[in-house]
Design a protein around this ligand. Sequence first.
Ligand code: I3S
Length: 124
Amino acid sequence: LQESDLPQKPVELKGENMNMAKISDSGKKQRKNWTLFWTVLTSDQLLFYKDKQQESAQKAGSKTDVVQLGGALIEWTTEKSSRKNVFQITTHTGSEYLLQADSQPTANKWYDAIRTAIASSTKA
Ligand code: I3S
């Protein structure tokens, strides 16, 4: 995590309820490894922290994945996992993230909020 990656924008949504698996890193296929993250959405970034404490620590060098939402795509998928309520985010650099929650309302809430963030940060 670089200092410049730390969120500068107001938080839109946060919570410890999304499973994430990164399946491609800039086009390079990754082994799927579902992990529960403390997830934070700002107007143009999605940040995955190991837990809530790590978010407050905001240490440069900590193991946080930052997804830049400008130019990204989001879509529901039933093909990339046997899990329910899975959607995929594809970044403008070709990284692919699967997100999942057992609760459909939770998955819908994140899908809608991320879609809104993508739309507004892509226009800007
Ligand atoms: O797309 P895959 O390969 O069926 O994804 C499964 C694997 O990631 C599996 O891990 P191993 O490759 O270590 O067996 C996970 O345990 C499964 O959860 C993955 O499938 P689902 O359908 O749960 O995304």
